[in-house]
Design a protein around this ligand. Structure first.
Ligand code: C2E
Ligand code: CA
Ligand code: CA
Length: 913
């Protein structure tokens, strides 16, 4: 199209077509008129020339005739005079001199005899004869006249003067030749230049001579160069020039007119095309005062409206995208609000939002791109809510004076921004008097709706973020956020070359609180601890709750304050008891500390090491703190290896039980055997139960191990019984985790059923420290065991700091005095008194005592003296494999012997039936 139009310079196809039609209209009629006119004019010219020539020919003929007549009359007169003899010589001479210049008298006869006339007849009348002849080139026309009076006959022959006869001056004929032809075709006379032109005009006229002159008629022929042709040629030239000129003028004018009318069309087309490419800034300027200008104005109005519509849609789409990507009101205000005044054709637009008890107005004005922020203290949305009615609203001073100033307008329109059913904000538009209230509202409504959606999604997002990154109970950062912060802090420390400390905190015996006082108290305690810790930290530190009773602190200010100082402060914050529902809770915590970069480079290892350190702190006593050491890490590696191997050992049943006898101090007889786990691993070698039992407890293998030990011990005991060996009792150690497991009682029942031994032969040993940690639930399980007739022994008694009250309530039949007391009882009187106290207390409470780890005779003697009931220790026997149990009775004699050398027992044991 462009190439087509560019060469015509007319712009459009329509213009070209119009131009061609103009051409046809201008050229065809003018050519037709010119051609036809020319033809008519040319024909009339020719006719006129012909007529003129004919007239001239005729006039010449008549002239010749007249001259002949004059000559013949002269001769006649002369002949008459001669007849009367009046013609003397003088007279003749006079005649000749005056009149005969037209005629030359060649002969004159006077005859007395009548003459015969020319025709031969004798005539008495007058005769006239004209004769012609050519003498050389010159023609000679002569007249012969005869007059007779009956007697005499006078005959005169006169030759007409050529100059006189042929003179054609009277005939105005230019560029013409006049010739007189005789009948035989010969040319008598020619005057004028011969005309050779092919287009010459000719005209003939016959001069009839016979009646008067008795001669053949002359033919007068005129030949004239066609003078009309010259005129016609100039006419043709003129006509051509005029025609071409008028056509050119017509074309020029048509082009001008076409351009004038089609230029706006081209503009419109281009503008429409630009609109098609979404360039809405297109404006038409058509300066003419015709319909095109009106069309242009209509087009501009349409573009403006379309552009606004499009901008509105684009803005809405942008808001939608923002809502989907990052529904943040702040971002929306920054990116979208400035464009609203122009879009909504409002001098100022304000977004009023309720944020934490405060009203904030963001105002954008059409003339300034910056957003102004107003905090409207003490104002509520309900003051503006009335502006959201249908009518215009006058902002009164009471509503928001600042608002009216900010909007520079008192008359406003308000649109509600509702999140759910709650009014969350108001979109205020200052009134544009050129638009109707309804139009302004219609334009702004979708935006208000979008703001509502954005606000709703932002709120939801904040809630989700809160849920995802903050602990619901304490409001502290959760594990996820803690990891993010730690990564950030580590990156910063890496950059600045500073160090940071990580504190792993575990509350001591928190489970007790939960179990004894209930979970709601536990929750309140955790919240209070969180608050106290937070209050003790600096702004750059992060406190997070990892779950349960575990907290962590990222101490970014480690370079300024060593971690242990911070730990002391945190410990001090727990010094005051926490009062919940009237009851006082004393709580303490164990702290494990790692330092970047010394103890680890990355977040994961730092956290793992801090955890390890915390365990170390816990095992070294409650309320303690430990820095991580590399040795701890090796220990952890080892523990992991043990755990891995232990799983295999349990699966492949490579664990064994060893049995250590308990001896009755009365007579040295076997009171029972304690089953102790033994593990010889191919990779780890011999692993002590003091190592693998805690690991099994930690990693959840203890239930399986305990169930196996129960069944194995009972089976071996049953086998001994069946072989006639009565070992009295078999003791199986149970860990705390087992006591909390509902399957434990089932496992016990299963072992009894499968082995078939009486419940009274089975004894379950539980360590005192474990019981002290969590007495209630364990006590219930132990009571159930005792109800089944199974004996319960408190292991390692004396290490668990049980209170007297707790001790008296302990559902146990046996107290096993810990080896640490046995160890010094013979040499140390204090220890001896403690042991004595334990024994007498046990007896008061109706329980029997077993002393563990008896290695020397002195110890044995002391224990016997102090009234202990039974003993167990290397002095009597090491733990033996199951198949060696049959040998035991053989040693009883030696044991009795051993006892007889000691001081006798003070008081007999009161054994439970
Ligand atoms: P425990 O129940 O207090 O077991 C007594 C420990 O003292 C045994 O160590 C035993 O070999 C050792 N022992 C006995 N007489 C003497 C002595 O005269 N001198 C010294 N120095 N030690 C003596 P062992 O077998 O290493 O067991 C350690 C602990 O492992 C046990 O302490 C018990 O708490 C736990 N344990 C062992 N087997 C099992 C089991 O099957 N289940 C559970 N839950 N715990 C077990
Ligand atoms: Ca034990
Ligand atoms: Ca023990």
């Amino acid at each position: 199209m462009a190439s087509h139009t560019s060469f015509t310079g007319l712009g459009t196809r329509v213009a070209v077509r119009t131009f061609l039609m103009f051409c046809a209209c201008a050229v065809v009629p003018s050519l037709l008129v010119t051609t036809l006119g020319y033809r008519i004019v040319s024909a009339s010219f020719h006719e006129q020339a012909d007529n003129r020539l004919h007239d001239a020919t005729k006039a010449y003929g008549l002239l010749l005739f007249e001259r002949l007549r004059q000559a013949d009359e002269l001769l006649y007169e002369l002949a008459g005079a001669a007849l009367k003899d009046e013609l003397g010589a003088n007279q003749l001479t006079r005649f000749e001199s005056s009149r005969l210049r037209i005629v030359d008298i060649t002969t004159m006869t006077d005859d007395a005899n009548p003459v015969t006339d020319v025709s031969g007849a004798t005539d008495a009348k007058d005769s006239l004869v004209l004769s012609t002849q050519k003498i050389g080139q010159e023609p000679e026309v002569s007249l012969t006249i005869k007059r007779s009076d009956g007697v005499r006959t006078v005959s005169i022959v006169g030759a007409l003067q050529n100059d006189y006869l042929w003179d054609n001056d009277a005939i105005l004929l230019s560029q013409a030749q006049l010739c007189v032809h005789l009948q035989d075709g010969g040319i008598l006379h020619c005057s004028g230049e011969p005309v050779t032109d092919d287009s010459a005009l000719t005209s003939n006229w016959s001069l009839f001579l016979p009646p008067r002159y008795h001669a053949a008629p002359w033919s007068i022929r005129a030949t004239q160069a066609n003078t009309a042709l010259g005129t016609l040629a100039s006419l043709r030239r003129t006509t051509l020039v005029v025609t071409i000129a008028s056509i050119l003028i017509a074309l020029l004018l048509s082009v001008v007119q076409i351009r004038r009318s089609h230029y706006p069309l081209t503009q419109l087309t281009q503008a429409a095309r630009r609109m098609g490419k979404r360039r809405f800034d297109t404006r038409l300027t058509i300066s003419s005062k015709d319909e095109y200008a009106k069309l242009g104005r209509a087009f501009n109005t349409m573009t403006r409206s379309l552009s606004r519509q499009f901008l509105l849609l684009r803005t809405l789409a942008r808001i939608d995208r923002l809502i989907l990507e990052e529904p943040s009101m702040a971002l929306l205000v920054k990116r979208v609000l400035p464009s609203l005044p122009r879009l909504l054709e409002s001098p100022a637009v304000a977004l009023v939002l309720q944020t934490n008890e405060e009203l904030t107005a963001y105002v954008a004005r059409i003339r300034s791109p910056a957003i102004q922020v107003f905090r409207l203290q003490g104002k509520t949305l309900s003051a503006l809510e009335r502006a959201c009615g249908d009518a215009d609203f006058e902002l009164a001073a009471a509503d928001c004076m600042e608002m009216s100033e900010a909007l520079a307008c008192r008359r406003v329109l308000g649109l509600r921004i509702d999140v759910g059913t709650r009014l969350a904000g108001v979109l205020l538009l200052s009134r544009n008097e050129r638009l109707t209230n309804a139009t302004q509202r219609r334009q702004a409504r979708p935006l208000a709706r979008r703001f509502a959606i954005a606000l709703g999604s932002e709120e939801r997002r904040v809630t989700l973020l809160r849920q995802a990154y903050y602990d619901a109970l304490t409001g502290l950062p959760n594990r996820q956020l803690f990891k993010d912060r730690l990564e950030q802090d580590l990156a910063r420390a890496r950059q600045t070359g500073t160090s940071l400390a990580l504190l792993y905190i575990d509350l001591d015996r928190f489970k007790n609180v939960n179990d004894s006082l209930g979970h709601s108290v536990g929750d309140q305690l955790l919240c209070e601890v969180g608050k106290r810790f937070s209050a003790s930290l600096s702004g750059s530190d992060t406190l997070a709750r990892l779950g349960g009773d575990e907290f962590v602190v990222i101490a970014a200010s480690h370079d300024l304050e060593p971690a242990h100082v911070l730990v002391e402060r945190l410990q001090a914050s727990l010094a005051e008891p926490v009062v919940i529902q009237g009851s006082q809770c004393f709580i303490r915590a164990s702290f494990g500390v790692t330092v970047y970069p010394r103890d680890g480079e990355d977040a994961e290892s730092l956290l793992r090491h801090a955890d390890t350190a915390m365990y170390r702190a816990k095992s070294s006593g409650r309320g303690g703190m430990a820095y991580f050491e590399e040795a701890m890490n090796r220990e952890v590696q080892y523990r992991l290896h043990v755990e891995q191997r232990l799983r295999i050992a349990l699966r492949e049943r490579t664990l064994r039980l060893a049995y250590q006898p308990k001896i009755n101090l009365l007579d040295g007889s076997i009171h029972g055997v304690e089953a102790l786990a033994r593990w010889q691993d191919v990779e780890l070698g011999y692993v002590s139960p003091t190592v693998f039992i805690p690991i099994a407890e930690e990693c959840g293998l203890i239930e399986e191990l305990g169930a196996w030990a129960l069944l194995e011990a009972c089976t071996v005991f049953a086998k001994c019984l069946s072989e006639g060996l009565n070992l009295q009792h078999v003791s199986v150690n149970a860990s705390m985790r087992q006591l909390h497991d509902a399957r434990f009682l089932e496992d016990v029942g299963h072992a009894l059923r499968v082995s078939g031994i009486p419940p009274g032969s089975l004894e379950i040993e539980v360590t005192e420290s474990m019981l002290a940690d969590n007495p209630t639930e364990a006590a219930a399980t132990l009571n159930r065991l005792r109800d089944l007739g199974i004996r319960v022994a408190i292991d390692d008694f004396g290490t668990g700091y049980s209170s007297m009250a707790a001790l008296s309530a302990l559902p146990a039949d046996v107290l096993k005095i810990d080896r640490s007391f046995v160890d010094g009882c013979d040499a140390n009187p204090t220890t001896a008194s403690v042991v004595e106290a334990i024994i007498s207390m046990a007896h008061v409470l109706g329980k029997v005592t077993v002393a563990e780890g008896v290695e020397t005779r002195e110890q044995l003697a002391t224990l016997r003296r102090l009234g202990c009931d039974f003993v167990q220790g290397y002095l009597f026997a090491q733990p033996l494999p199951g198949d060696a149990l049959a040998q035991l009775p053989l040693q009883v004699a030696a044991w009795t012997e051993l006892l007889s050398n000691c001081h006798p027992r003070q008081s007999p044991a009161r054994l439970r039936a």
